[in-house]
Design a protein around this ligand. Structure first.
Ligand SMILES: NC(=O)c1ccc[n+]([C@@H]2O[C@H](COP(=O)([O-])OP(=O)(O)OC[C@H]3O[C@@H](n4cnc5c(N)ncnc54)[C@H](O)[C@@H]3O)[C@@H](O)[C@H]2O)c1
Length: 248
């Protein structure tokens, strides 16, 4: 029996990195996945990669910061899958922001994608998630609770995702809908491949690298799949850190 047979999953950020790996992991375990992203090429690739798997992946193009787009996308997902059991918010963005040059636009940009996009998907998906079975997994970051230089805007937005998720878990406990924030440490994806601008003091930058080095996206996919599965049925409102021992 596959762990996600008969389970419908709406997942953002499906075109790349952790989201792509998670969509493939869930389809490999039998899920029907509606993958959302703003990158059509990446979405085509993930659909091709899922060929022959026990589950399936269909996709929808959307900008998660656009409220009308989110409402339309969630309804399209529920329609095409025949309901939504699990929401996984993976889409996110990062900017290196030394405090001297931090702009209002930097702050708005990372908040719009990381917090507002996640919050909108939660609100809209909750029109469809079943009581006593629905699950929301939101990807936060260890940056939410651990100081990293040049990440003030990003860290604040991920702190917001973490706080949002813990409060949502409390609000939904009566409905029996679980909410699990998952916080990765450093993961080898296009997000982290961008070079750090020259001239920055890198003395404290090393703390984002864990004793186990950077994770592969599939190592996060396994943890997200666990949090979304019945194996985690007693887990809600607790941060799941997947960080290779960053606090050792
Ligand atoms: N890579 C890491 O080290 C790391 C560490 C901690 C947390 N995270 C978080 O994990 C999540 C996935 O990151 P990743 O490393 O796989 O990055 P990635 O860049 O490989 O993937 C992010 C995906 O989100 C999509 N996206 C971004 N903005 C969007 C928008 N407005 N509308 C629709 N889609 C949008 C991108 O197109 C991309 O496909 C993010 O939330 C990120 O903050 C990553």
């Amino acid at each position: 029996m596959l762990r996600f047979s008969g389970v419908n999953v709406l997942l953002t950020g499906a075109a790349s990195g952790i989201g792509r790996a998670t969509a493939l992991r869930l389809a490999g375990e039998g899920a029907a996945v509606f993958g959302v992203d703003r990158d059509p090429t990446g979405l085509d690739e993930v659909v091709r990669s899922a060929a022959g798997m026990p589950g399936r992946i269909v996709t929808g193009l959307a900008d998660i910061t656009d409220e009308a787009d989110v409402v339309r996308t969630v309804d399209a997902a529920a329609d095409q899958l025949g309901g939504i059991d699990v929401l996984v918010n993976v889409a996110g963005t990062h900017r290196t922001t030394p405090i001297e040059t931090l702009s209002v636009e930097d702050l708005r940009f990372v908040y719009e994608v990381n917090l507002i996009g996640t919050a909108l998907f939660c609100r809209e998906a909750l029109r469809h998630l079943p009581d006593h079975a629905g699950v929301i997994v939101n990807v936060a970051s260890t940056a939410a609770t651990q100081g990293n230089p040049y990440m003030t805007a990003y860290a604040a937005s991920k702190g917001a995702v973490l706080g949002f998720s813990l409060s949502l878990a409390a609000e939904l406990a009566g409905r029996g809908i679980r909410v699990v924030p998952v916080s990765p440490g450093q993961v080898a994806t296009p997000l982290t491949a961008a070079s750090v601008p020259e001239g920055l003091d890198m003395r404290y930058y090393g703390r984002i690298v864990s004793p186990m080095g950077a994770a592969e996206p599939d190592q996060l996919a396994g943890a997200i799949a666990f949090a979304a599965s019945r194996d985690a049925s007693y887990m809600t409102g607790a941060e799941l850190r997947v960080d290779g021992g960053s606090r050792i």
